[in-house]
Design a protein around this ligand. Sequence first.
Ligand code: SAH
Length: 229
Amino acid sequence: MGKIAIMGAMREEIEPLLSHMDNIKETHYANNTFYEASYKGRDVVVAYSKIGKVFSALTSILLIEKFRCEMVLFSGVAGAISSDLKIGDLIIADGLCQHDLDITAFGHPYGFVPEGEVCIPTDVKLRAIAKEVAISKGITLKEGVISTGDQFVACGEKKEWVAKTFKADALEMEGASVAVVCNALNIPFFILRAISDSADGSADVDFDTFLASSAKVSADFILEMVERV
Ligand code: SAH
């Protein structure tokens, strides 16, 4: 079994992972820190990318090409779209799209550029493992489309637009770029998010309040998955 990449966007998203790791070796590269470690006998590389699509693409490429990881698991927080997602609930992406990618002036759909696809599916086997973990822990796990853009959405109208345009259940700022990278490099990947806010007028306050607790919910779940892959 090869190395497993576990990434987040923010330090707060990987801290609850690192506290469980053994034999941590830090490497500084490309203005970032990569933590090679072991978790219950598995070789892992943990990193947070910094926020947004460009940084998360960069970090996922390095985890694969430089650190030779053979799968990518993302753990973090997201804004809820679906009304059945409350703060602290978990969602796994069945597919990811970019809500801020727009060449519709040329007749293309939102989120599409030539030779790309609007929605990139995540690995089916990793989703199945997540469902096993959820059952064993008695956790409700939602599965749906996660929509990504370089924007913190804190506005009901924008959220409704993303919901309608992409049939999305949650939104965040990194998933789809990790998806593009892993899809291109043929690396199985999985995106997990715990809800930190509802992407509406109070999203900024909720985010600050629930970042740490929701990040931990997601991290704990990812660690259970690592044991099973
Ligand atoms: N408070 C931070 C910025 C957080 S940006 C700071 O000042 O540095 C929000 C992060 O959480 C992103 O990594 C994104 O992936 C996720 N996220 C959570 N809620 C979101 C929302 N409503 N819209 C977009 N991204 C959201």
